[in-house]
Write a protein that binds this ligand. Structure first.
Ligand code: SAH
Length: 212
């Protein structure tokens, strides 16, 4: 079983990630290391390495592997970095980020999802991930600043709190847009304060829900 899953993960890299431009060796290594099947409901484990989102319950989804890898690569995460992950969901993206960064703070508004993610992450030994239940549009000010902020839920604009909690030379990668179309955007702040946005392509995420 373990060998089959490892082979499935290798196939995922070869068929879905490398051909689509994921070439950062640290990101590929992280995608190879995280057992995605542990983060999906048991009845869906056989589909864990197909490149599409899967239902998590509560109307939410675990992002497709390519999107997790593309987001992580665009966020240019270094080994000393502190990362804020908005929308813990299954915890899968948080685990991938934990391989790349020194520390990951991950926020989820649905307490049951956060609890489930926490159990899986603990069982797998991801001690550098801290989970918070709350509204990610406010960020997590007590742990700021963040070298990178990544988000797995779409909104019309990047919340001000994220910019306030971003370190100098920090990166935000998040989907912007509504039900009809979203773009994955990277916003970077340079040392002199200049803001640069890059459009990383069309995506489809669940909405970022705030104010509850
Ligand atoms: N990164 C996750 C993807 C989960 S989908 C994974 O790898 O599985 C996006 C998640 O964002 C959902 O679980 C949803 O409940 C959560 N979410 C939506 N709006 C939010 C908000 N304002 N604050 C925190 N989490 C939010």
């Amino acid at each position: 079983m373990a060998d089959t899953l490892l082979a499935a993960r290798e196939r995922m890299l070869r068929d879905h990630l490398e051909p689509r431009g994921i070439d950062d060796p640290r990101v590929l290594e992280a995608m190879r290391a995280v057992p995605r099947e542990r983060f999906v409901p048991p009845n869906l484990a056989v589909h864990a390495y197909e490149d599409h989102p899967l239902q998590l319950g509560h109307g939410q989804t675990i992002s497709q592997p390519y999107i997790v890898a593309a987001t992580a690569q665009a966020a240019q995460i270094g080994p000393e970095d502190v990362v804020l992950d908005i929308g813990t969901g299954s915890g899968y993206a948080a685990a991938v980020l934990a391989h790349l960064a020194a520390r990951v703070v991950s926020i989820e508004r649905i307490a049951e999802l956060s609890a489930g993610a926490g159990q899986v992450l603990r069982n797998l030994g991801y001690d550098s991930v801290e989970l918070i239940v709350g509204d990610g549009t406010a960020g997590a000010p007590t742990r700021a600043p963040y070298d990178a902020i990544v988000c797995a839920a779409a909104s019309d604009g990047l919340p001000d709190a994220w910019m306030e909690q971003l370190a100098p030379e920090g990166r935000i990668v998040a989907p912007l847009g509504g039900r009809t179309g979203q773009r994955l955007i990277r916003r970077r702040r340079s040392r002199d304060g200049t803001i640069t946005d890059d459009d990383l392509g069309g995506v489809m995420f669940v909405p970022l829900v705030s104010g509850d």
